[in-house]
Design a protein around this ligand. Sequence first.
Ligand SMILES: *Cc1c(COP(=O)(O)O)cnc(C)c1O
Length: 381
Amino acid sequence: MSESRNSKSKNTICVHEGQHIGEYRGINTPIYTSTSFGYLDTDERLYPRYFNIPNQKVVIDKIVALEHAENGMIFSSGMAAVSSVLLTFLSKGDHCIFQNGLYGGTLHFVNRELERFGIEYSILPDNEPESFRKAIRKNTKVVYTESPSNPLLRVVDLQVISKICRQHQCISVIDNTFASPINQNPLNQGIDIVLHSATKYLGGHSDICAGVVVSSKKHIERLMQTSISLGGSLNALMCYLLERSIKTMAIRVEKQNHNAGMIAEFLVLRPQAERVYYPGLKNHPGHEIACRQMTGFGGMLSFELKGQDITTFQKRLKLIRPSMSLGGIESIICAPVTTSHRLVSKKQREEEGIRDNLLRLSVGIEEAEDLIADLEQAMGE
Ligand SMILES: *Cc1c(COP(=O)(O)O)cnc(C)c1O
């Protein structure tokens, strides 16, 4: 496992970094709800859509410190972050490379919108470094990755990809949502831009929709100019809730790492789980790369259920709730075939290795034994 470079530990950053002390020295950051701020005695022009109000800044400072970045921005959703990044760094006539196995919403955006803006793109058949290299064209400006990926937890070698990008002067981007800033800091591997759906591990309680981007000062300045016009900023109340959530993120994710590891080990021994996908398992194809570039293997895993209908199985679960999304403190399960990948044809799903009996588990912070007992009883023992 690679060591974190920041001198402060992640738990300490999560609790303290960026916090504002208000007039009355309260222990929490005050919520500045204003959308109008005085301008006479200052050069600052504060306005929520300019991404510069105090509560936005607090959250950004925390994530910037966690990801070892220079600057960042907070958005109203993960997709606002994804679309703002792509529409900033790609122009008419440019080409973008997307890895294989992207979040459904990102894929939908790419398929629907990029062509209208005259942006060319390639979606790779696999995530081997050679495939990235071969796909590079003269006009390639951005290389977009997501590791570990959804739902098969595929791992991309970030050091190799960022090197290829530097050689060809492309900007490398990663969607780091599945890993969270606790388990992976891709800027350390040379990736240029890191984004997250903060709806997942940063929010962590299935009640906030937000997104973040962190990078160098230079890239964020450029992103800021376009994003101010696109308008995907987050309001102060939500920023405060997100700040509060991030305070416990490191301990939440550590527990989720632990629980997911225990469940993966349990599942590999069950005949009812045909294949188990978890980067922490020694036989996972990306295990060695994951050991190099991650500090924990994350709270997401998936497996193929054998000998039982997946809907019946989900109904038999008592603790683990069948529901969409991920990253919350409660364990939830979903079948990609009927949720995230329901709009993808069966043929395309099969090509990607997503079988009809695949279940994706977002592991929460409950006791691992309780979760394992629930899976066990639903498997019929
Ligand atoms: C959920 C998700 C997104 C989109 O985020 P929203 O907050 O739903 O807009 C992007 N990437 C990944 C990997 C996700 O899981």
